[in-house]
Design a binder for this molecule. Structure first.
Ligand code: AMP
Length: 144
């Protein structure tokens, strides 16, 4: 279990700063986001310091997803939400502010206008096939 003295989420795990905890087991902690997109927005974090999905040990990765699958329906029942987004920002450019891996569970309501983003792009000509081949090659080389 890694611990980073400067990490706000490690401090929450250690009990050094408070959080509204909703679930905890040996590998996972979940608490309410302090600045929610919708009320009931929760974070699910591994109890080990790592930056994102790619450096997260397999057992912690599996544990946070398993926990999220249990917690999300409970948030829906508690809030009356009709659905939820399961979201993980990886890297600053993707909007990650806290560099300790975490899943967001964001309960969703009709017309709540949360997470409205840019319009989707369209591949032209052979671009889709080229992208497919490039990513497959990187996966095969295990350095994606
Ligand atoms: P991200 O942008 O994916 O790194 O998300 C980080 C999230 O952590 C944001 O939604 C913040 O509101 C939330 N956050 C930061 N500090 C705390 C804290 N002390 N307690 C609860 N949520 C926090």
């Amino acid at each position: 279990m890694e611990f980073d003295n400067h990490c706000v989420f490690c401090k929450i795990i250690a009990g050094e700063i408070p959080a509204a905890k909703i679930y905890e087991d040996d590998k996972v902690l979940s608490f309410l986001d302090i600045a929610p997109f919708n009320f009931g927005h929760a974070l699910v974090i591994p109890k080990t310091h790592c930056h994102g999905i790619s450096d997260l040990p397999d057992d912690y990765r599996d544990a946070i997803f398993a926990a999220a699958a249990k917690i999300a329906p409970a948030i829906m029942r508690a809030t009356g939400a009709l659905g939820f987004n399961l979201l993980m920002n990886n890297g600053q450019v993707a909007g990650q502010e806290v560099p300790h891996a975490h899943l967001h569970i964001i309960p969703r309501f009709v017309d709540d206008k949360v997470l409205l983003g840019a319009s989707q792009k369209q591949y032209q000509g052979s671009e889709l096939a080229e992208m497919q081949a490039k990513i497959q090659e990187k996966i095969a080389a295990r350095n994606a």
